[in-house]
Write a protein that binds this ligand. Structure first.
Ligand SMILES: Cc1ncc(COP(=O)(O)O)c(C=O)c1O
Length: 385
């Protein structure tokens, strides 16, 4: 019997391996420390204190005040809550500006609002996936309720010029939300001087378990709760808190803050070495995204003449996991909306793969993955001739 192949996980923008230190921190809140944080006795207070510590840990990573953080179930909930609160702030503002390359949490929420009569301006991007601040300037109006632009794109890693966009939004008196799910822990973020209204983040991209997120709400911003019920989260999000996961998110943020500088250097080195290996050994490969403004852990590559689904399946058999960066529904593999918005043809978009790394990767496994990808790309191309 052959030994099982070790997993080579190169899909860290989809989700991340849970950090053992994070699991250790949350475990007591799944076992002995089960008190309801709203209960007045010691067991409950213990949970309430743990939530407050986690709030401070998240705030320390984002450089904002702890009172500006609420915990949610996900990045998706945070984004929904931000958008719905922004439109509730002034019913006369019925216009939203966002980009064509957002995550579905933003895209679908805006599409739903369009059906309810809101006007949405969908900003296009250039061939690097970058938004043009001049387009933003032109799009914002006196009835714009919100400008929502992600901090970094999940498929290409392109980082948007957030400070510049915030400055425009300020000048035009428009609320700003950013989906920073992919940016948190990978690049430095300082909210106390940025002056945005909302920021969404998600635990499972940060070596924390799935099903927990956070929303930053600027202390000067009026907030209308998305989930109505109990008075949890300072009346901003009803529902008994997911204490263990919140503790986990706090710990993950603390680790990210302590390790970020060192680990992101290492991850950048991994990414660049891996990219160079593929570019050197395979002909007709192209990097998608803004190579000068890119998350250190992400590379999105087009292998011309290669069906990315076929490559993905062959890699899957070898337990090398990455992503086609496209929605695959019942066998038909739709080209990525992000790559399409960048002007990449459907065929090229269907020949693209995203690789995203974390500090759990090793140099050896990246070498092995690059070798396998090189062999498989050549194999698929040879079959096609
Ligand atoms: C950019 C971006 N926004 C939002 C989300 C959604 O986060 P969650 O899975 O916590 O709902 C994701 C997850 O893939 C993402 O990449």
């Amino acid at each position: 019997m052959s030994l099982p192949l070790p997993v080579i996980y190169l899909d860290n923008n989809a989700t991340t391996q849970t950090d053992p230190a994070v699991v250790e921190a949350m475990l007591p809140y799944l076992t002995v420390r089960y008190g309801n944080p709203s209960s007045p006795y010691a067991l409950g207070k213990e949970s309430a204190t743990a939530i407050q510590t986690a709030r401070e840990q998240v705030a320390a990573l984002l450089r904002c005040e702890a009172a500006e953080i609420i915990f949610t179930s996900s990045g998706t909930e945070s984004t929904n809550a931000a958008i719905m609160s922004a439109i509730a702030a002034d019913p006369d503002r019925q216009h939203i500006v966002t980009t064509r390359v957002e995550h579905s949490a933003t895209l679908k929420t805006c599409e739903m609002l369009a059906k309810r009569g809101y006007e949405i301006t969908w900003l296009g991007v250039d061939s690097k996936g970058q938004v043009n601040p001049r387009d933003v300037e032109k799009a914002l109006r006196s009835d714009t309720a919100l400008l929502s632009v992600m901090w970094a794109n999940n498929e290409t890693g392109t980082i948007f010029p957030i400070s510049e966009l915030v400055e425009i939004a300020h000048r035009k008196g428009v609320y700003f939300h950013t989906d920073a799910v992919q940016a948190i822990g990978k690049i430095p973020i300082t909210l106390n001087t940025l002056g945005i209204q909302f920021l969404s983040l998600s635990g499972h991209k940060l070596h924390c378990p799935k099903g927990v997120g956070a929303l930053y709400i600027n202390k000067k911003t009026r907030f209308t709760p998305f989930l109505i019920g109990g008075s949890q989260e300072n009346n901003k999000r009803g529902g008994t808190e997911n204490v263990a996961s919140i503790v986990a998110l706090g710990k993950a943020c603390e680790l990210a803050r302590e390790r970020a500088a060192m680990e992101n250097e290492k991850i950048l080195h991994f990414r660049n070495t891996f990219e160079a290996a593929l570019l050197n050994s395979i002909s007709d490969v192209k990097i998608n995204g803004d190579v000068d403004h890119r998350l250190p852990n992400t590379t999105n590559l087009t292998f011309n003449g290669v069906d990315s689904e076929a490559l993905l399946m062959l890699l899957d058999e070898r337990q090398i996991y990455c992503s086609a960066g496209s929605a695959c529904t019942s066998g038909s593999h739709a080209p990525s909306h992000v790559l399409k918005a960048m002007g990449i043809s459907d065929t090229q978009a269907r020949s693209s793969l995203r690789f995203s790394f974390s500090h759990f990767n090793t140099e050896t496994e990246l070498q092995q993955a690059a070798e396998q990808i090189t062999l498989l790309v050549k194999k698929i191309r040879n079959l096609a001739v």
